[in-house]
Design a protein around this ligand. Structure first.
Ligand code: FE2
Length: 376
């Protein structure tokens, strides 16, 4: 190999009409933002960052911004009945509305994407306060989900104009969550390729991995998935669609309860998954469990790993490998009453893939939960 990683990234960025610096924040529309913020702080170790609501001159909604390392969540709730946020929650329950992406030039990001067929959600808008300015723009993606492009290079405040710093005496310790590794969307029957084409044409992403129903099927159900990545690889969006099986697949269950397409899971990176998952469990976070037999043959499949198998099996952490290394991953149960959004916790030790070797064990675990809900 003659080119270094940094040269390759520089070259890809130069040809990239939508250079992205990563995920800026994930915004959830929720029925009760105050309580949701408390839950994510208490259970996951997020820190209070900023607040907007009636006290800051915002009449129609309240938003709490929480952060852990490079992972920023915004939890937003409507304060009035005739409000698009209320409509979103009525239809979908609590869920992800915005996958916000950091850019150097939000106006250019909007122009580049809308001229390629992206449907505008927010025309370039400059917000100013004493800490500087933030430029926002946005486009629609699958379902009611949107991408907002965030340009904050001229801003020094805690989040953005309109928000005030949120200071509180309640600051639970962090759990080692670092940043968004990838965000997965569930789309409707036969819609995967349409959205693959959207990310290719409108946002300049490429399809780096594909899984068909032979990779991802159990006795009962199946799904297909394609992983889309931006040029520098900082932003990865796998897209799932249901596939024919004997019974209802997990993607169909999601589509039924979310009433349409939306974000299925946010995968969050950690440098020490054993410590992170131990902490999360102690704080009441619930995870999917694979059968103990999974660990009997796992080292034959993945080879030597740095970690002891005992804590991994006790916690239910899954292991997979690819040509470049291995990864450790685990999935929470749904984070709300509807079987919709969940989190993945992932530690990469060289591997750049998504845990294909775990799909079968994992989906069987998911189906056991689905059956308990009467939805299989
Ligand atoms: Fe994932």
């Amino acid at each position: 190999m003659s080119t270094s990683v940094s040269e390759r990234v520089a070259k890809e960025t130069a040809n990239d009409f939508l250079p992205l610096q990563g995920t800026d924040y994930v915004e959830f529309y929720v029925g009760n933002a105050k309580q949701a913020a408390h839950f994510y702080k208490t259970a996951f170790g997020f820190q209070s960052v900023a607040y907007a609501g009636p006290e800051t001159g915002v009449r129609e909604k309240a938003s709490y911004v929480i952060r852990q390392n490079k992972l920023t969540f915004v939890l937003t709730t409507p304060l009035q009945i005739d409000n698009h946020i209320a409509g979103h929650i009525y239809r979908h329950g609590d869920g992800v509305k915005v996958l916000a992406l950091r850019v150097d030039d939000a106006k250019d990001a909007w122009e580049q994407t809308t001229k390629r067929g992206g449907k505008s959600y927010l025309e370039p808008t400059t917000l100013k306060d004493n800490d500087g300015e933030v430029v926002l723009s946005g486009i629609h993606t699958y379902g009611d989900t949107v991408h907002i492009f965030v340009e904050r290079k001229n801003y020094k405040g805690s989040f953005m104009p309109g928000f005030r710093k949120w200071e509180t005496a309640y600051n639970p310790t962090e759990t080692g969550l670092l940043y968004v590794d990838h965000c997965v969307g569930n789309v409707g029957w036969y819609q995967m390729n349409r959205w693959v084409k959207f990310y290719e044409d409108v946002m300049g992403f490429r399809n780096i991995l594909s899984f068909d129903d032979k990779d991802i099927s159990t006795e009962y159900s199946a799904l297909m998935s394609k992983v889309m990545s931006n040029g520098n690889g900082y932003v990865k969006f796998p897209i799932n669609e249901p596939a024919e099986g004997k019974k209802k697949s997990q993607v169909e269950e999601y589509l039924d309860f979310y009433n349409g397409e939306g974000v299925q899971h946010v995968a969050i990176a950690t440098n020490n998954i054993i410590q992170t998952v131990t902490d999360l469990k102690n704080r009441g976070v619930e995870f999917l469990k694979v059968p103990a037999t999974y660990y009997e043959t796992i080292l034959d499949r993945v080879g030597k790993i740095d970690e002891d198998i005992k804590p991994l099996s006790e916690l239910g952490i899954l292991i997979d490998k690819d040509d470049e290394g291995y990864l450790l991953q685990i999935f929470t149960k749904p984070l709300e009453d509807r079987p919709t959004l969940f989190f993945e916790i992932i530690q990469r030790k060289g591997a750049k893939s998504f845990g294909k070797g775990n799909f079968k064990a994992l989906f069987e675990a998911l189906e056991r939960e689905q059956a308990l809900r009467g939805n299989l």
